[in-house]
Write a protein that binds this ligand. Structure first.
Ligand SMILES: [Zn+2]
Length: 123
């Protein structure tokens, strides 16, 4: 599973971040995923949900945001940041472009909701 290493990265950051926090708080993990990644946002979400059951992160939810990568055109010399999967220059349509592929995924931030735990409908 290609996405497992992404999830492990999330867990590592979560562990570090939550070490001094009380559990049971609502946590939102913002991650960036390249449009050129082999992993889709859906796959990542699904696996995160599944794998976080084995950890103490069931109150964490994952927000997958697009990672903008740099596209440089060798034809017209312009460059831009793209957040979708395109393979040509948006300015001159040339296919002679360089697309930054080394950045595929990263954990951007972790939001810990500071509000008191809301009344839960526990069973
Ligand atoms: Zn161009």
């Amino acid at each position: 599973m290609h996405e497992t290493r992404f999830i492990n990265e999330i867990f590592a950051v979560l562990n570090e971040k939550l070490a001094q926090e009380k559990a049971a708080r609502q946590v939102v993990v913002n991650v960036r995923l390249s449009p050129f990644s082999h992993v889709s946002a859906e796959t990542l979400q699904g696996s995160f949900k599944e794998l976080s059951k084995g950890e103490n992160f069931t109150n964490a939810c994952l927000k997958v945001l697009p990672l903008e990568v740099l596209l440089e055109c060798k034809e017209c010399g312009r460059s831009t940041r793209i957040a979708e999967r395109i393979f040509g220059c948006p300015f001159c349509n040339s296919a002679d472009v360089n697309i930054q592929m080394d950045m595929e995924f990263f954990v951007e931030s972790i939001e810990i909701e500071d509000k008191e735990r809301e009344a839960e409908n526990g069973d």
